[in-house]
Design a protein around this ligand. Sequence first.
Ligand SMILES: Nc1nc2c(c(=O)[nH]1)N[C@H]1C(S)=C(S)[C@@H](COP(=O)(O)OP(=O)(O)OC[C@H]3O[C@@H](n4cnc5c(=O)[nH]c(N)nc54)[C@H](O)[C@@H]3O)O[C@H]1N2
Ligand SMILES: Nc1nc2c(c(=O)[nH]1)N[C@H]1C(S)=C(S)[C@@H](COP(=O)(O)OP(=O)(O)OC[C@H]3O[C@@H](n4cnc5c(=O)[nH]c(N)nc54)[C@H](O)[C@@H]3O)O[C@H]1N2
Ligand code: SF4
Ligand SMILES: [Mo]
Length: 747
Amino acid sequence: MREDKVTYCRICEPLCGLIATVEDDELVALRPDRDHPLSKGFACPKGIAFTEIVNDPDRVLHPLRRTADGDFEQVSWDAALADIGERLRAVHRRHGSSGIGWYFGNPATFSTGHTIWAAVFMALLGSPHVYSAGSQDVNNRFVASHFLYGNPVAAPIPDINRTDLLVVIGANPVVSHGSVMSSPRIREGLNAITARGGRVLVVDPRRTETAREHEWLPIVPDTDALFLLSLLHVMFDEGLVDEKRLRRQASGVDTIEHVVAGYSPESMASRTDVPAEVVRELARSLVRTERAAVYGRVGTCLGRTGTLTTALLDTVNLVAGNLDVVGGAMFGDLGIPGQRLGVSALQRVSGFTWSGRRSRVGDLPQVLGTAPASVMAKEIETAGDGQLHALFVSAGNPVLSVPNGAELSSALDDLDLMVSLDIYRNETNAHADYILPATTMYERGDFLLPFQALFTTPFKQATDPVISPRGEAREEWTVINELIAALSRRSPLVGAMHLTNAAGARVGRLWGPRQLSDLVVRLGAGGDRFGLRRGGLTYRKLVRDNPHGVVVADGLEAGRLRETVTYRDRKVRLDAPELLAELDRLAVDDDPRLPLRLIGMREIRSENSWQHNAPMLLRGGRRHCARMHPDDAQERRVAEGDLIRVASAHGRIELPVSLTDDIKRGVVAVPHGWGHNGSGGWTRANAAAATELGSGGANVNTLISSNPDDLERLAGMANMTGVPIEVSLLDPADDTDGHRRTAASTG
Ligand SMILES: Nc1nc2c(c(=O)[nH]1)N[C@H]1C(S)=C(S)[C@@H](COP(=O)(O)OP(=O)(O)OC[C@H]3O[C@@H](n4cnc5c(=O)[nH]c(N)nc54)[C@H](O)[C@@H]3O)O[C@H]1N2
Ligand SMILES: Nc1nc2c(c(=O)[nH]1)N[C@H]1C(S)=C(S)[C@@H](COP(=O)(O)OP(=O)(O)OC[C@H]3O[C@@H](n4cnc5c(=O)[nH]c(N)nc54)[C@H](O)[C@@H]3O)O[C@H]1N2
Ligand code: SF4
Ligand SMILES: [Mo]
């Protein structure tokens, strides 16, 4: 029987509506859902190609156990879980809870059960070894919010549907589809700004796909903090600030005014390469345009001072009068009464905030209960109390996604136990003792819980699974319940959770993500408040009566600041000494041997490291390559398509180069997520993407430092942008692997 089922995509943040065609419980095709109120028939190639991932012959469909010769053999779930439980208890007996760790990767965020169960399990266990992709992504956002608002989960999002001036700094929404902001059809959303007479200005070292459609303001990588400080300088210097309003909303105004006095655009221009007059003009526009916002993302997070930079983004919005107003940067929320009290209480009881603990290696602060993933390898290798001995990796590929994958690869081999929950074999779980097969998004139901506060148009959608789990795949949260059972006698809190689970199972009401989501739906905006609001939503009603989703408000609500801030005076705090101390890090001393600067870039048909096995996404002979300016290339006698060596102080990689005027001189862009070296199970398409250097491209994070001293101090962020590098033509003479230099075209 052939049937169309309404669902939504959970690869990236717009969460576009899709229609799944299912025949005899097989996923046959995915297409955009024209009746989705926000994505209205839009989906990108990754969303459509997901049929190939669900049905990929390379998918892991059964539990796999490592064999003596380093390969994997199929085992039963019972055998796998029994052995894992046994070995986990042994590690716990010898080393306690702090011997056990968890890394969860990006796709975990898109599964309510997965994220929450993993976080709760590790919190109950009380292990300090919880890691995530966040320290390579967004943890600085949480820490900036912690200092500014006393509320780590408050994240202002640009009100793009109503703004007339949007400054996009270090984000490329036309390719990424928007991040820390759920806004389906974002490309159109941006074009609508200019269509109504507004402006979109993209501040980026590369003329990105977004910049090409709007105005481009090139900037030297990792100088955004200086640029933002100089914007603030102008606002105060030229008397543009509504001081009365600002002092009503914020504390520490005098301090910040004093600080920015030292950052005039004239004195910063030599660092940022942004002309002073451009900064002055922009500062005036940001203040005088009634609906204006600055928005920053990954490019502003991965520099040396990501937390400070993000705090300055919000400060620019605040000082210009653009925070918490329509068309500015606004706060979304769950629409649940008493949220602020909830956040305060959670912070008090759980240490689930900034620096509740510090890492054993590197003494770096935890962020929302997670430690910097860059130190994971050293936490495994450094002997002593608290050494990491057993590691779970779920929906992650840190060998490619965190700095210094080689160091991590060899550390993983020294663990007593490593277990991966994934849909594929990848470069990371090549080192696992067990790989446990997870369901894909279409084999599980879900609700947009983690993204509720991030929609530019508040929105709710829930979906049932569209097919049953392939092979023996299981949902992560159910596997985590098994781990809870395995450790129930060793840790009292884990034991309590196990008893609760067991009691629920006995009466046939096991508490799961669906129940949790139902709670949030019912208490939140548009919810039925458990009968108090007639006709309100429940999870069931969402799935059954509103499969395409429900817009619960026309737009974000202004005037939320006092509810968002948890400080007693309800004012944004601009002068946290920890933030101000970061200003010292803005000074640099350049190494003349590494004159170029590395930046990252995302590609429309890649999702981090894990969609390079879908034939639809690799069409046209795609391959991994660096982008650099023709003048920089010429100076190094490098030509289009040449193989180059990129070297930093920490490592070197080799890959083809493509020359383009669409990048600032002195800057080289290399996409991450490549470097498939054959140890993963991504066989077919990696081979198709083969270059003269072998298949699968190069791992750019070989160039990035995992040393604690090189990490950003407040959130432990990896420093992945603005990294000093040099490029040279790959000399066939010192090419030990016998590769030939070619002028093959790149795509
Ligand atoms: N197609 C596709 N979409 C994705 C992903 C993907 O891999 N592929 N990944 C998803 C994920 S996990 C995330 S977190 C989001 C990220 O979403 P975005 O942040 O929008 O995506 P990026 O392409 O990383 O954009 C970062 C931009 O910052 C610029 N940049 C780099 N360094 C600097 C700097 O120092 N200063 C300034 N001003 N700019 C700088 C880069 O040139 C780049 O254009 O995208 C998501 N969407
Ligand atoms: N140089 C550089 N490095 C970066 C970045 C950068 O911009 N530049 N970006 C960083 C960012 S923003 C991110 S988010 C990280 C991503 O880093 P990671 O999350 O560590 O890596 P991914 O490549 O997203 O790998 C995701 C894994 O999850 C698996 N998977 C997919 N769906 C599911 C599922 O439903 N369940 C389970 N159990 N597994 C699943 C995939 O098969 C894959 O193995 O990379 C970071 N690394
Ligand atoms: S933009 Fe593409 S990958 Fe992202 S949610 Fe939409 S369809 Fe999925
Ligand atoms: Mo990310």
